[in-house]
Write a protein that binds this ligand. Structure first.
Ligand code: MRU
Length: 371
């Protein structure tokens, strides 16, 4: 993706020092463009926990590089394997909901183990981290091409009229290594010359929509309007939304979709108003073990401070101000589950399928087990 005309990914290896991983520190967007160097596993853990990086795909890619840094550190420890396993636990505990994190850590553990010498292990860790990042970008690009067909069809049905798309949170290229999941079809449609407009949910409490999605869409010149989180239902009742598209942090193989808190309410409103509701996700986001999203997917609970305080840009600085009575209790669930029955279709790198076990396993037959 381009920022002020220059191509960037959200994470990359420093050109002159391969022991340094660089990220866009998303805490400062849209106000400041800050690049942060990550030189140790502890810095990687902090960057995930405190949301310098965020979004399922990018969390996975960052964890992949974290494991490579762990292998570099392990080389100086008495037990390489012991150190690697301890640091993998730290990474796994950094954020619970996005399954891409454990997917990437487990992939790294299995691959690094195959190295005979410490040098081999480090080289394998590096190669796998790069592969995780490249394949994330690749999958997201394909999601864009498949999702484009959906937008094209709506545009044709409207005889070339504007396609109004509602999205929640940020599932754009900032949430992945490049392209994004939910926003990838939007960029593809815009590039294909389709008349589109995006309703951007602000996405309280961290405001990923208002700050990140709006910034990304603006960088690509995609027409968009930021709305408060409660507006979507009203827009749908008045025929102002043609489709909803969101990303996912974990999707069961039966089609239940975990995504940023508030997504479920949008899906309910979409169902009530016959607006199609799509979840776009690379297969690294599918949990092949979990069957019942509501019962099984761990929902992150973050600090109540994120609800009671709001931050913004004032006089050149990011400032935090208190919104609520200081003594009031607040609660901050990060995600909710949209049950499969509310999801029209899932868009993956292999194509579009229904949100159910049969259709998902038909698209990924290698995941079929005998049971
Ligand atoms: O808490 P975040 O910002 O990491 O939120 C996760 C997400 O980015 C969203 O839920 C997104 O819609 C899923 S797609 C990566």
């Amino acid at each position: 993706m381009k920022i002020n005309g220059e191509h960037y990914r959200t994470i990359w290896v420093n050109e002159t020092d391969a022991k340094v991983i660089q990220i866009i520190d998303q805490r400062y967007l849209p106000h400041k463009f800050v690049i942060e160097d990550l030189k140790s596993v502890d810095e990687v853990v902090t960057s995930i926990k405190d949301m310098h990086v965020r979004g399922a795909g990018l969390i996975g890619a960052t964890a992949g590089y974290g494991m490579y840094l762990a292998a570099l550190e392990a080389a100086k420890e008495p037990s390489f394997d012991g150190y690697l396993s301890r640091t993998s636990e730290k990474l796994l505990a950094s954020r619970p909901t996005a399954v891409n994190l454990s997917w990437a850590v487990e992939k790294q553990l299995a691959t690094i183990k195959q190295g005979v010498t410490v040098e081999d292990k480090i080289a394998l860790g590096f190669k796998t981290a790069q592969h995780i990042a490249d394949s994330d970008a690749n999958c997201c690009q394909k999601i864009g091409q498949h999702g484009l067909e959906v937008i094209e069809a709506i545009n044709q049905k409207k005889r070339g009229g504007t396609v109004n798309i509602l999205t929640h949170c940020n599932a754009g290229w900032l949430a992945f290594v490049d392209y994004g999941s939910a926003l990838s079809p939007i960029y593809a449609a815009f590039d294909a010359g389709i008349d589109i407009h995006v309703w951007v949910d602000e996405t309280r409490p961290r405001n990923q929509g208002a700050s990140l999605t709006a910034w990304e869409l603006g960088q690509h010149q995609v027409p968009h309007t930021i709305i408060a989180d409660n507006v979507g239902g009203h827009l749908m009742q008045h025929g102002m939304v043609d489709m909803v598209i969101v990303g996912s942090d974990r999707t069961t193989y039966t089609g239940d979709v975990a995504n940023k808190i508030g997504t479920y309410l949008k899906a309910l409103a979409a169902k009530d108003n016959s607006v199609p509701f799509y979840a776009a996700l690379p297969s690294s986001t599918i949990d092949w073990e979990m069957e019942d999203g509501i019962k099984e997917i761990p929902i992150e609970e973050r600090s109540a401070e994120e609800v009671k305080y709001i931050s913004g840009f004032h006089e050149g600085e990011i400032k935090k101000v208190l919104l609520a009575p200081e003594k009031s209790k607040a609660m901050n669930f990060g995600f909710d589950i949209t049950p499969a029955r509310l999801v029209t279709n899932i868009i993956t790198e292999r194509g579009i399928c229904n949100a159910n076990k049969t259709s998902i396993l038909e698209m990924f037959p290698e995941k079929k087990t005998d049971g």
